[in-house]
Design a protein around this ligand. Structure first.
Ligand code: PEP
Ligand code: CO
Length: 395
């Protein structure tokens, strides 16, 4: 197999270089005939909750894996999400909407199309919906049958979540998965992506001329877009025009992941634009993805105090502009992992229980302490501020 070709394909819009297009067509056909994973009714229910002055807790694995999709793991993750929401709600008095990075978070964009280890170069791990994490030719070769497995695993997770108040979300990255799971609702005639309640577009695929924004514009789910430090307020203008042209509350969320040093200034500039334009879009802080560091031993980690710093910067920017903070986006595990460190990078700590398939996650204790902080920071914002009310009713 020619992995040179694979990486060339991969570079276009972060889609995998599938080796067998006939298998991809077969998988897409199977998904197109399959039952929706989530109902249009529940998608609309989440959208309605996001249209209210709620606070969004969105959290879960960076990358779910088929292997860890056990009943015990799902129960642990759901319990943690609920506990984090309860903490924020109890501390702040703001109603919290709980959305997991769960039941479909099986595809990852990567900064490099290939990974090199000891002179061997193979395609990067792109999530269990594409290939395996094992560093072997077999493991790393994209296999379209993984799309079907991702659908099945997600269905099992969702049936276990059915009695909990957790909505599902994932990055809408793999168009060979998302497009065939789109259906038109008989109730309102609109298209919905039925792979999850909320779908987000990542920092790497939010180009206005790329296929991901086009896809998101077509469907009526609540949509979120990650916004990193390279973006300007003009980027928001373009995204708002395409994704929420009628300025409807509950439709569009911007998730800022700026990195702790620049978060205050960059978020301040973004919020100023949103307020000046009178957009109703929600703003959320992802304090994880701009604060990843590599340990001396070469392990990806995040320092909890750095994460706190970005959270404080985000809330300060909201406070100083008079904008209502709309939510927090975290990478967490229900297990007692050692992937993020408390105050300083420590390889001995990281070695104890480092299990993530992609980015480092907070363990339940670390996540709970951040939920307490968020709850406290939210208190002054219990009501929509006057400037925000103007923006909500204006235009
Ligand atoms: C993620 O959320 O795991 C991710 C890849 O984020 P971003 O698009 O912000 O880099
Ligand atoms: Co991540």
């Amino acid at each position: 197999m020619d992995f040179g070709d694979l990486s060339a394909t991969y570079k276009r819009d972060h889609q995998p270089g599938w080796p067998e297009m006939s298998e991809v067509r077969r998988a897409r056909g199977t998904l197109a005939r399959a039952a929706p994973l989530v109902s249009a009714h529940d998608i609309r229910r989440l959208r309605a909750r996001l249209a209210e002055p709620t606070f969004l807790l969105q959290a879960g694995d960076c990358a779910e894996t088929f292997q860890d999709n056990t009943r015990a793991s799902v129960a642990g993750r759901a319990a943690l999400l609920q506990a984090l929401s309860d903490t924020i709600e109890a501390r702040s008095g703001r109603p919290v909407v709980t959305v997991g990075r769960i039941a479909g978070q099986y595809a990852k964009p990567r900064s490099a199309p290939t990974e090199r280890r000891g002179g061997v170069s193979l395609p990067s791990y792109l999530g269990d919906a594409v290939n395996g994490a094992d560093f072997t030719v077999d493991g790393r070769t994209p296999d379209p049958r993984n799309l079907i497995r991702a659908y099945e695993e997600s269905g099992r997770t969702l049936s276990q979540l059915a009695n909990s108040a957790v909505f599902s979300s994932h990055e809408a990255l793999l168009l060979d998965y998302e497009q065939p799971l789109t259906r038109r609702s008989a109730d309102d005639g609109r298209l919905y992506g039925h792979s999850a309640h909320l779908l987000w577009i990542g920092e790497r695929t939010r180009s206005l001329t790329g296929p991901h924004v086009d896809f998101a514009a077509e469907i009526s789910n609540p949509i979120a877009v990650k916004i990193g430090p390279g973006a300007t307020p003009t980027v928001l203008t373009g995204l708002h025009a395409v994704l929420n042209p009628d300025n409807i509350p509950g439709r569009l969320t911007f998730i800022f992941r700026m990195g702790r040093h620049r978060a205050y200034d960059l978020v301040y500039a973004m919020l100023s634009r949103i307020l000046a334009e009178g957009w109703v879009d929600r703003v959320v802080c992802d304090p994880m993805h701009g604060n990843t560091v590599v340990s001396p031993a070469g392990v990806k980690t995040r320092v909890v105090t750095s994460i706190e710093e970005e959270i404080r910067a985000f809330f300060a920017a909201c406070n100083d502009t008079g904008f209502t903070p709309g939510g927090i986006h975290l990478e967490v595990s229900g297990d007692d992992v050692t992937e993020c460190v408390a105050t300083r990078v420590d390889d001995a700590f990281l070695a104890a229980n480092y299990r993530t398939a992609c980015d480092p996650r907070l363990n339940p204790e670390q996540a709970s302490s951040l939920a307490q902080l968020v709850g406290e920071l939210l208190v002054p914002h219990r009501d929509f501020g006057p400037r925000v009310e103007m923006a909500m009713s204006g235009r």
